[in-house]
Design a protein around this ligand. Structure first.
Ligand SMILES: *[C@@H]1O[C@H](CO)[C@@H](O)[C@H](O)[C@H]1NC(C)=O
Ligand SMILES: *[C@@H]1O[C@H](CO)[C@@H](O)[C@H](O)[C@H]1NC(C)=O
Ligand SMILES: *[C@@H]1O[C@H](CO)[C@@H](O)[C@H](O)[C@H]1NC(C)=O
Length: 578
């Protein structure tokens, strides 16, 4: 088991925990048993199970696809919750990305080249409209030897794509010529150049110098694939899992782009196995040389992340129905393994996000798909409310455990002038900066923001906030966005890092917005219109269900104006029968 790639390991862990009464692996087992009697009763409260975030009845991974009016999500799933040979591709369908119906599994181990595992992959729509799924199979029990397989729908007229068949020419790609067979996985969606008629796809790997690598494979017929001489890109980061590569409109328009032919930039995303976060760069794809070059020469030092919180192994797909690119990410749990066993479920998907290029061209913007707004129910609004230094104001009149909050803040020029100096030693380390300057540490311009999933006496509260600094030398305002869960729960056995990212926004007019999707044990926040995003898992012991409250707070030295805040209760959609 130790030989497994870490992402597979993480999935496996979750899959087994989710479904299993016995946990079959070895060293984690000890920890689970040791901790088993310390699971606080609040952890198993059904009101902590997320309400409108995608989750199967038990567990997963993803490959999204749109076909004949239906969105499809495929995810790794263990129906028996037993040994890992049982892992199958679970399958759910939706008309609106919000209400989900579970179908029977789409892909199960059944051939020599996937007998010991059907791992992550992607879907590609071929020229005649046929969808194809390409996925990593494990074909040996002793070492984890990874090959790539393909499957097609049995009946193309079935919009639900209920049955998948694996042609006899599987596996279609095997590790050869110096490729590390134990680190060779997660094929991307393929793309095709009309001028040479070749399809291309990427496979994530690591080379002998520990550089993360995205190999390019090419095919004319989608059957015989050959590796390009050089990888699309590589960087000194360790293994690249779940690579994703796609065009975005250079004009910074919100519409998605399907092919590389228009005026586009490209985005390359990799899930860094060593760091467990999803990093991306914006750059140029040289089609002739089959190479990708990030615009920012230090981009590969991974300054940009989709999400500065709990978000991994994500994947995008192009939605032709609404001409947009949609990003799906996976968020694991932050309670103990024993807690997961006790509650019987683990792992959610983030709310699908529309992604597009920021007009600056330097980064992406992300926003929850508009469909999620259909879940909005009863609402309350605050307007022109001044929050004085040290003050907090409760937002009452809705149940706040399952809510969507949009707020526009305004800090005055004099408040900005009183911003704290930014310690140059922390100027590139948002997470550490937030760890030092937490929500309760008084500042100049901020910290200000929301306390979500808070208890009545504020013993429990999770802060989602901004803090403005002055850059050394230039005095230019630097905005930090932070989620501070250190006071989120009286339960001591939780992973609760202060997640944070800088927000590349011009705050000289004093204005900044925040949106938070709160869903019982998760808060997913979008700063400055989706420039910086943070997903955090939280398990209150008091602020559960009707006892969860919402506040606006200001711990800065100057007034902060809430020009407008609207909070909606969120309804529960159909969620795979759970
Ligand atoms: C294929 O799917 C269509 C649409 O669901 C259905 O009407 C038809 O009976 C299916 N054909 C077979 C052979 O299952
Ligand atoms: C493959 O990668 C793993 C993990 O990085 C490493 O331990 C192993 O030595 C590599 N194998 C080869 C043949 O390079
Ligand atoms: C999942 O949770 C643990 C903490 O329990 C964390 O250390 C790990 O890095 C998380 N993320 C992923 C992608 O596995």
């Amino acid at each position: 088991m130790r030989a497994l790639g870490r992402v597979a390991w993480a999935w496996l862990l979750l899959l087994q925990l989710a479904g299993a009464s016995h946990v079959v692996y070895d060293y984690e087992n000890l920890e689970v048993e040791a901790a088993a009697d310390t699971v606080p009763p609040s952890i198993v409260d059904p009101l902590l199970r997320t309400g409108y975030h995608f989750q199967p009845r038990k567990n997963w991974i993803n490959a999204p696809l749109y076909y004949k009016g239906w969105y499809h999500l495929f995810y790794q799933y263990n129906p028996k919750g037993a040994v890992w040979g049982n892992i199958v591709w679970g399958h759910s369908v939706s008309r609106d990305l919000i209400n989900w119906v579970a179908l029977k599994p789409a892909i199960e181990p059944s051939i020599a080249s996937d007998k010991y595992g059907c791992w992550s992959g992607s879907a590609t729509t071929l020229l005649d409209g046929t969808p194809a799924i390409m996925y990593t199979g494990v074909n040996r029990p002793d070492v984890n030897n990874q090959v790539q397989n393909i499957a097609y729908p049995r009946n193309k007229s079935d919009p639900l794509l209920r049955e998948w068949v694996k042609p006899t020419h599987n596996p279609i790609i095997v590790p050869r010529g110096g490729v590390n067979a134990t680190q060779f996985r997660d094929p991307t969606t393929a793309w095709r150049h009309a001028d040479d008629g070749h399809w291309r796809l990427l496979i994530g790997s690591v080379d002998s110098a520990a550089r993360g690598v995205a190999y390019v494979y090419r095919s004319r017929d989608f059957k015989r694939w050959t590796r390009a001489r050089r990888p699309l890109h590589s960087a000194d980061t360790g293994m690249w899992e779940c690579p994703d590569f796609y065009p975005v409109s250079r004009a910074g328009r919100r519409v998605g782009v399907e092919t590389s032919e228009a005026e586009v930039k490209h985005v390359l995303k990799n899930s860094l196995d060593l760091r467990r976060y999803d990093y991306y760069t914006v750059g140029t794809y040289d089609r002739k040389a089959e190479r990708y070059v990030p615009d920012d020469p230090v981009g590969d030092e991974h300054l940009l992340r989709y999400d500065y919180g709990n978000f991994y192994a994500s994947k995008t797909f192009y939605d032709p129905a609404k001409r947009r690119r949609i990003l799906w990410g996976w968020a694991n749990e932050s309670d103990t393994a024993a807690g997961d066993v006790a509650k019987g479920w683990a792992g959610i998907q983030a709310i699908p996000r529309t992604v597009w290029l920021d007009p600056s061209g330097k980064q992406l913007l992300q926003w929850p798909v508009e469909e999620v707004e259909a879940l909005r129910g009863k609402s309350v609004t605050l307007k022109d409310r001044v929050i004085r230094p040290g003050q907090h104001v409760e937002v009452t009149g809705i149940q706040a455990a399952q809510a969507d909050v949009e707020v526009s803040f305004e800090v005055s020029p004099s408040a900005l002038a009183g911003a704290e100096p930014l310690d140059p030693a922390l100027a590139y380390d948002a997470e550490r900066l937030c760890g030092v300057k937490r929500a309760d540490v008084k500042g100049g311009a901020g910290p200000f923001g929301l306390w979500v999933l808070a208890s009545a006496n504020l013993k429990e509260r999770t802060a989602v906030f901004f803090r403005v600094f002055k850059a050394a030398g230039s005095n230019k305002p630097v905005v930090l966005m932070c989620t501070d869960p250190t006071k989120s729960s009286l339960n001591p056995n939780l992973y609760r890092p202060t997640f944070a990212g800088f927000v590349d926004t011009d705050i000289s007019d004093g204005k900044i917005s925040l949106r938070s999707l709160i869903d019982r044990s998760v808060v997913e926040s979008f700063g400055a219109g989706g420039k910086t995003c943070i997903l955090s898992r939280i398990y209150p012991s008091l602020a559960i269900g009707k006892n969860a409250r919402l506040y606006v707070f200001n711990n800065g030295k100057a007034d902060v104006r809430v020009s407008r805040l609207t909070a909606w209760e969120m309804k529960k959609p159909l969620m795979n029968g759970a």
